[in-house]
Design a protein around this ligand. Structure first.
Ligand code: NDP
Length: 307
């Protein structure tokens, strides 16, 4: 026997929780599956200073805890677990939680986020949150006046390097090839920023540091020459992986897997299925934009049920 629900929300970052708050208040009795990382990507950051309403800042885990409590206050059934498969071929949509529990839902809100790609170095893991970050907009401020490095050559790397250049003393941009993948306009911005030094054809071998955090990085170029740079922040910008895999048989995505939503809404190509947050946004990726899109998804879902 499958469980029948009105509104199922998958994912528990700012998008999922905001969708839950709105859906619960609209009496959609939402059930939320939190996913592998309850609270989402923000639980891996330290201080959040750019979310309106927290004049003194707040840590990522504390903010997510607040959002969860707020969602629960209005009756969201928040469950620890993951959705392991989905059949969106007909209504009600059928999803399987934790490999065995079948759920049928009238509307589905996908807020599964995206996962930042890391290089896979042991030292990167060791200093995560202590100098290693995958979000310059979130963490750059802590490196004001210091020397930092950004890895990557796409639009994200170009954008993050120029953002950091406005705050930091010096930014090394570590690029594995001899050209950037970023758009020409973004490349120009990088080339015209005097405190960005591009290290072409370099790869990171190791991030070095002490108890206080990152102090440098060991790089190797295409000739095998080793170079050590002194930095206190190491920012990854080598892409994200949108967590849309289990929905891809049904939903339209772009070539990298981001779910395509109708402009100005959270509607996907399947009526009744809505997407919000980073799983459908590769450009802004902020807690506040994710939260806003979660609100949109809940309102879209409520209207869909009402129609
Ligand atoms: P991309 O996939 O476009 O770029 C990833 C970059 O990281 C590439 O330069 C790649 O190198 C490099 N890279 C990947 N793996 C490694 C590795 N192991 N070691 C070193 N370097 C590595 O990702 P982005 O996040 O930059 O962008 C994703 C999408 O979002 C793009 O379509 C982009 O245009 C878009 N975007 C748009 C923005 C805007 O319009 N303002 C802002 C941000 C993103 P290589 O080139 O050699 O493969």
């Amino acid at each position: 026997m499958s469980e029948k629900v009105k509104c199922l929300i998958v994912g528990s970052g700012p998008a999922g929780y905001t969708a839950a708050i709105y859906a619960a208040r609209a009496n959609l009795k939402p059930v939320m599956y939190e996913g592998l990382q309850p609270g989402g990507q923000l639980t891996t950051t330290t201080e959040i200073d750019n979310f309106p309403g927290y004049p003194e800042g707040i840590t990522g885990p504390a903010m997510m805890e607040d959002l969860r409590k707020q969602a629960e206050r209005f009756g969201t059934d928040v469950r620890f677990g993951i959705i392991t498969s989905a059949d969106l071929s007909k209504k009600p949509f059928k999803l399987i939680a934790d490999e065995s529990h079948e759920i049928e839902t009238e509307v589905l809100i996908i807020a599964t986020g995206a996962t930042a790609k890391y290089l896979g170095l042991e030292s990167e893991e060791k200093f995560r949150g202590k100098g290693v970050s995958a979000c310059a907009t979130c963490d750059g401020f802590f490196y004001k006046g210091q020397d930092v490095a950004v890895v990557g050559g796409g639009d994200t790397a170009a954008e993050e390097a120029t953002y950091l250049a406005g705050l930091c003393n010096k930014v090394y941009l570590i690029v594995r090839r001899d050209e950037l993948r970023a758009s020409k306009a973004m490349q120009e911005r990088v080339f015209n920023t005097p405190n960005i030094e591009i290290l072409w054809k370099h790869q990171t071998k190791e991030i070095v540091g002490d108890d206080m955090g990152v102090t440098g990085a060991k790089l190797v170029n295409d000739k095998g020459e080793i170079k050590e740079i002194k930095i206190t922040g190491f920012f990854l910008a080598i892409g994200h992986h949108p967590n849309s895999d289990i929905f891809r048989d049904y939903l339209k995505t772009d070539e990298t897997g981001y779910i395509i939503t109708e402009k100005g809404s959270s509607r996907t190509n399947i009526p009744g299925v809505f997407a919000c947050g980073d799983v459908q946004d590769k450009i802004y990726r902020q807690a506040i934009t994710a939260a806003g899109s979660g609100c949109i998804a809940a309102i879209d879902a409520e209207r869909f049920i009402g129609e």
